[in-house]
Design a protein around this ligand. Structure first.
Ligand code: AHG
Ligand code: MN
Ligand code: MN
Length: 336
């Protein structure tokens, strides 16, 4: 029972960011929390659309493909435009990069004020939209480079993941959950529909060091590298001690489970996608940052995801992400 006059702790994501800034970065101007509040606003609007899917006209395809040749769903566009609208007028975002846009959106010349670059997958797991399976939004935040002229847009965007100043995701599921990091641990919030605010639900989340869950689209087995095939034989063998498989088909939801329960998610190169399917800048990098901040790890089979120097906006990468010992186990079988 709470002591007399005690007030139960209720912390919104905004309060959390401001509190941590106050204690750890007393010189912070607050503009970063202003930027993140643009993201939380956008994801609340998206969550509202997702919740009413079937009642409002958001299901189905938009009738065209994106720059990556993938079918675009109506909700992909709604999510993309919602994020652009919520961030575009914050004053401190110079460039936005989205999975759904061929080219970066230049909002303002990068200067001391407009110094952030936001990269995002507005809606991850598009194939699950129409069937009420978990989907999400993933975002990564970079700062402009001090050593490069403002007009050299691609140089500012193509920074390695270790330069991220923040990253996060939102899963639209049985509840709407947001996780973010600014390099100071991973914190999780649940959207309280009664008040329309994300409330702190877990602070300083840590990923279990191991976990007997593997997450891979095994239907592609014949297209996988031999080492991955050997790993798949091993997980099913008695020698492994027994694993279970979980694959949702929404990276963000598969990652969320991996973060909380441990295990490994792996999307290796395949014969049809020799560089992997997932995108480095707005899928792998932000989740790798979160994984590492929670004590997990992420590689492309060869090197740490966060060390990869990007060469293109929509660059793809193989991804092995999760509990340290499970990622290491895959590396025992597969060394590309
Ligand atoms: P998106 O919907 O943003 O294009 O991403 C889909 C991705 C990812 O969420 C998921 O892990 C993967 O595609 C599933 O791909 P397969 O269907 O090839 O397994
Ligand atoms: Mn995606
Ligand atoms: Mn997407």
């Amino acid at each position: 029972m709470l002591p007399k006059n005690a007030v139960p702790r209720l912390q919104t994501v905004q309060q959390h960011i401001l509190d941590r800034q106050r204690t750890q970065h007393p010189d912070a101007t607050g503009e970063f929390s202003w930027l993140l509040s643009g993201i939380t606003l956008a994801t609340k609007i998206i969550a509202d659309h997702v919740r009413r899917a079937g009642l409002i006209d958001v299901l189905g395809t938009a009738g065209h493909t994106n720059v990556q040749g993938e079918q675009v769903e109506k909700l992909d566009i709604i999510a993309n435009e919602t994020i652009a609208a919520c961030l575009g007028y914050r004053g401190n975002v110079g460039i936005m990069v989205s999975e759904e846009d061929d080219e970066p959106r230049i909002i303002k010349d990068l200067d001391d004020q407009a110094r952030y670059i936001v990269l995002f997958d507005p809606l991850d797991g598009s194939s699950n939209i129409d069937v009420n399976v978990s989907i999400g939004t993933i975002f990564s935040i970079l700062q402009r480079r001090e050593d490069v002229a403002a007009g050299r847009v691609m140089d500012h965007i193509l920074q390695p993941g270790y330069q991220q100043v923040a990253a996060g995701y939102v899963v639209y599921s049985s509840s709407t959950v947001m996780a973010y990091t600014t390099g100071d641990g991973v914190h999780m919030f649940t959207l309280d529909p009664a008040i329309g605010a994300f409330r702190l639900s877990r602070e300083g989340v840590t990923m279990p060091e191991s976990g007997r869950i593997y997450s891979m689209n095994e239907a592609y087995r014949r297209k996988f590298p031999d080492g991955i095939k050997r790993y798949l034989d091993w997980v099913k063998s008695e020698e492994s001690g027994g694993y279970t498989a979980r694959y949702i088909g929404s990276l963000v939801a598969d990652f969320h489970r991996t973060l909380l329960k441990g295990g490994v998610f792996c999307y290796p190169p395949t014969v049809s996608a020799p560089r992997g399917k997932l995108r480095l800048l707005y899928e792998a990098n932000p989740l790798a940052f979160i994984a590492e901040q929670a004590g997990g790890t992420a590689t492309d089979g060869r090197e740490r995801i966060l060390d990869k120097i990007p060469a293109a906006l929509h660059q793809r990468t193989p991804l092995v992400i999760g509990s340290k010992s499970e990622v290491a186990k895959i590396a025992e079988f597969w060394q590309p």
